[in-house]
Write a protein of this length. Structure first.
Length: 304
């Protein structure tokens, strides 16, 4: 019996997106997922685990990869010009492609489609025809902390600041169910708290001077356009999907986490996957998906 084809869009949110990686790991055995649109941390957390042969292999992959190991500090006198405290080294491109088992481009089934914001054009872009390592890195280059990634005529940052779950990309799928997974939209204070937790974690892992926090404040005052974008970072993008699953009370989890926390979140997501599948199976098998748009199911992260 052929599996039902579906298309998915996944929100960003740094390492806490491993909960969605766990959900999709469960769902991949139930459905033929033809496309997964990814923002921010989901650009590496989902394919990193999705392409592994077993849960133990997925957890092992999580423990072997840490974004901060590819980060280097930007000299203080270049912080304002470069728009960030840190930058990724080019080594990260090959590392992502290797650990996620993705070669150049988006070959394979499903198509993994990273989404970023181009600061030059001031719009959201789908990074379809770019090396996956570059596309993924661009999509989770968190503004102010990491300098925007330059690629050809584009200046790319975290796609989440243009809409944390991009539903426009699902509009081309008319004949199959479309599903979005997101975190509760919160506000700028939630984003700031997550950023502070990330900085603290970064201070432990990298020789970042505490004086760099002052540079971050200067940068936030200097780059008005980026701040304007970030204030709307958690707003939903325009567009529709048949179903949306929203996780609440997850914003405090942080943007970058120790591996043990990522593994725990991943397994929580896998457990949650069965619950979500039960609902999806009913919606899809009964034909409900053809009659609804943005049917939202809210799930409390603390109850997983």
């Amino acid at each position: 019996m052929k599996k039902q084809k579906i298309a998915i869009s996944v929100t960003g949110g740094g390492d806490k997106t491993f909960v969605f990686a766990g959900i999709l790991y469960f769902l991949k055995d139930k459905y033929d997922i033809v496309e997964i649109n990814l923002v921010s941390g989901s650009s590496y957390s989902v394919p990193l685990t999705y392409n592994q042969s077993s849960l133990s292999a997925a957890n092992n992959a999580i423990s072997k990869f840490n974004l901060l190991s590819f980060a280097k500090i930007i000299p203080n006198d270049e912080v304002l010009k470069r728009r960030g405290l840190l930058e990724f080294t080019p080594d990260i491109y090959q590392a992502i492609e290797s650990v996620c088992k993705l070669k150049k481009g988006n070959q394979g089934n499903p198509v993994f489609n990273p989404i970023a914001v181009d600061l030059n054009k001031r719009q959201t872009v789908e990074l379809k025809n770019i090396r996956y390592g570059i596309a993924a890195s661009a999509s989770f280059t968190f503004p102010l902390l990491f300098a925007p990634l330059k690629y050809k005529d584009m200046l790319l940052v975290d796609g989440g600041i243009g809409g944390n779950v991009n539903l426009n990309v699902l509009s081309k799928h008319k004949s199959i169910p479309t599903i979005a997974f997101e975190f509760d939209s919160g506000d700028i204070e939630d984003v700031a708290l997550s950023a502070v937790k990330t900085i603290r974690y970064g201070l432990k892992k990298l020789p970042i001077k505490k004086s760099s926090l002052l540079d971050l404040i200067k940068l936030s005052k200097h780059d008005k356009y980026l701040i304007k974008l970030m204030k709307g970072a958690n707003s939903k993008s325009r567009g529709n999907s048949n179903f949306i699953f929203t996780l609440t009370n997850a914003s405090s989890q942080g943007l970058m986490l120790p591996n043990s926390e990522k593994q725990k979140i991943f397994m929580n997501g896998y457990t949650l996957g069965e619950h979500i599948y039960t609902k999806l199976d009913y919606y899809i098998s009964t034909g409900v998906w053809k009659k609804v748009f943005n049917l939202n199911t809210i799930i409390d992260f603390n109850e997983i």
